[in-house]
Each structure stands twice: as structure tokens, then as C-alpha cells.
Design a protein around this ligand. Structure first.
Ligand code: GRG
Length: 295
């Protein structure tokens, strides 16, 4: 299969929803403008695609759940806006463009992030936006996404990441950060697709294991790109982890071992799919595609 065109199709459908959802005039105009600025700044849309690919693997048509998949990108975008703030990573560049607080000021950037997080759950609790999905399945998926985003998931990882700056890396803390800051939302994105379709426990568990391993691989690769990547390609300043003495895989294990670890996580992700009798080709291809990514 051609994973690039698979990704492009689904990316376009998700991006079209952003305009549809936030397109109407609203007051204050700058809030909507700031939300759309960050949503439309680019991005791979991996979390929505994971959700769509899992739903499709279960036999659904991805078109039925575009709003719910897009809501994952609202959450991801909020996390990027907040992560870039002066109180956190203090970055001027994201996805190759000036960060939200550079364009709109800190107050509007914080509030645009807050609004994106809330709007995600406005979408995820509206059964009318995806009538093919049973409301109890929607409820379970929304719960999974909320847990992955909050104080047992992404936010916990972010706090630990900040607390660990300038400390010597240790394996337990490093794994905690990666599992929560990055893998939690990627895992929940994949799992949500299966939950939206009402997948069996066996299927949901296998896709959950796939998402977790893929999420861990994703962050190891992100750490490697921060060392080896080019600012113009990765869209954010290269070398910033080293500057902030972040706890990363290359700092703990070196680049070669980190690459090996990323390959092992991808192999684990793909192996999890072998446990289920579904058409998992896009999920499998996506895992290999992410291993080779340059941004
Ligand atoms: C909860 C305030 C708060 C922050 C959340 C997730 C997070 C913490 C911050 C984002 C910073 C970061 C580098 C997280 C690691 C996850 C990651 C690799 C993000 C980049 O995701 P991609 O590569 O980005 O999917 P694009 O631009 O393609 O969407």
C-alpha cells in the first residue's frame, strides 16, 4: 500500500474539519484566529490518522469519525502551544512558524490552548457529529482520551520532564516521561479508534499495546532528531534538548543504542498487531513510516 497517499487523504479530511468547525465568525475574533493559526500551522496529524486507521482496521469507514479524530489534534495542538510558552520550553519556532505567544502574546496563547482542550471534549461528547458511532462507544473513547491527556497522562509527563531538566538521566524517570508525555496520547489515539467502533477486549488490548510501543518509538525518534535533525526540516530549534539538559534517550544511551531501541519499539508495535484478525496494513505501514521520519 502507498502509506504516503493514505496519510495525505486522511490529513486533508481532518484539516477540512478545522475550518468547518472554527470557521464561523465569533467574538473575540483573536481567540478563533489564534486557535486556527496553530491548528493550521502544519503538522503530521499522526494522532488523528492513528485513530482513523484503528477504526478502519475494525471495519469502519474513517469518514464517519473525522470530527472525533480531529479532536485529538485539538488536544495535541493545545499541548504544543503551552509547551512553547516562556514558562515551559520558551520556544520561538514550531512547525517552522513563530509560536503562538510570539504572534498573539502569552495571555491569548494560554487561552487559545485552554479553549482547544475544552473544544476537543465538546466534539468528543457530541454524538450528532458521528451518528454511526454508538453513544456508549463514544463515551468510552472520550474517557480514554481524557485520561491520557490529564494528570495520569500527558500533563504528568510534562511536569516530570520539567522537574528533570538539568538532572542526570535515570532509566525509570526517562521511561516515565516518555510513556506519559508522548506515548499516552498516541496510545489513546489508536485505542480510541477501536473503542469508537466497539471493538472486542482482545482487539482493543492489542491496539492499545501497538499504540503504546509506537508512542515510545515516536519519542525516541524525536529525541534523535533533536540531536541530528536540521532546524529547517524539524520545524523547531534543533539541539534544544541538549541546551536545556532534558532527559532524553541519546543523553542516556547515545545515538546508536537509541536507534536500536526505536527499532525494537516499532517491532513490538507491529508484533502486537499479529495478535488480531483484522486488516492492519495501514497501522503496520504507519509504524515503519514513523521510524524513518525526518521531522
Ligand atoms: C500539557 C502543557 C502540557 C504540555 C504537554 C506533549 C507536551 C506536553 C508537549 C509537547 C512537546 C513535546 C516535544 C512533546 C513530545 C511529543 C512530541 C514528539 C510532539 C511533537 O509531535 P509531532 O511530531 O508534531 O506529532 P507535529 O508538528 O507533526 O504535529
Amino acid at each position: 500500500m502507498d502509506i504516503k497517499s493514505y496519510l495525505a487523504d486522511r490529513k486533508n479530511a481532518v484539516e477540512a474539519f478545522f475550518g468547518e468547525y472554527f470557521g464561523k465568525a465569533g467574538r473575540p475574533a483573536v481567540l478563533r484566529e489564534a486557535m486556527l493559526y496553530s491548528l493550521n500551522a502544519g503538522g503530521k496529524r499522526i494522532r488523528p490518522v492513528l485513530c482513523l486507521a484503528s477504526y478502519e482496521a475494525c471495519g469502519g469507514n474513517g469518514k464517519e469519525i473525522i470530527p472525533y479524530a480531529a479532536a485529538l489534534e485539538f488536544i495535541h495542538t493545545y499541548s504544543l502551544i503551552h509547551d512553547d510558552l516562556p514558562a515551559m520550553d520558551d520556544d520561538d519556532l514550531r512547525r517552522g512558524k513563530p509560536t503562538s505567544h510570539k504572534v498573539y502574546g502569552e495571555a491569548v496563547a494560554i487561552l487559545a490552548g485552554d479553549a482547544l482542550l475544552s473544544e476537543a471534549f465538546v466534539v468528543l461528547t457530541n454524538p450528532l457529529l458521528g451518528p454511526a458511532v454508538r453513544p456508549d462507544n463514544l463515551f468510552r473513547a472520550a474517557g480514554e482520551i481524557a485520561r491520557a491527556s490529564g494528570c495520569s497522562g500527558m500533563v504528568a509527563g510534562q511536569v516530570q520532564d520539567i522537574l528533570s531538566e538539568n538532572s542526570e538521566p535515570d532509566e525509570d524517570t526517562l521511561q516515565f516521561i516518555h510513556r506519559h508525555k508522548t506515548a499516552a496520547l498516541l496510545r489513546a489515539s489508536a485505542t480510541a479508534g477501536a473503542l469508537l467502533h466497539g471493538g472486542s477486549t482482545e482487539i482493543v488490548d492489542a491496539i492499545d499495546r501497538y499504540g503504546q510501543s509506537l508512542g515510545l518509538a515516536f519519542q525516541v525518534i524525536d529525541d534523535i532528531l533533536d540531536v541530528e535533525g536540521d532546524t529547517a526540516v524539524i520545524g523547531k530549534p534543533a539541539g534544544s534538548d541538549e541546551k536545556k539538559k532534558k532527559m532524553t534517550y541519546p543523553r542516556m544511551y547515545g545515538l546508536d543504542r537509541s536507534r536500536e531501541i526505536a527499532r525494537t519499539f516499532v517491532a513490538d508495535a507491529v508484533a502486537a498487531l499479529d495478535a488480531i484478525p483484522l486488516s492492519v496494513e495501514p497501522l503496520r505501514e504507519l509504524a515503519f513510516h514513523l521510524l524513518g521520519r525526518s521531522h
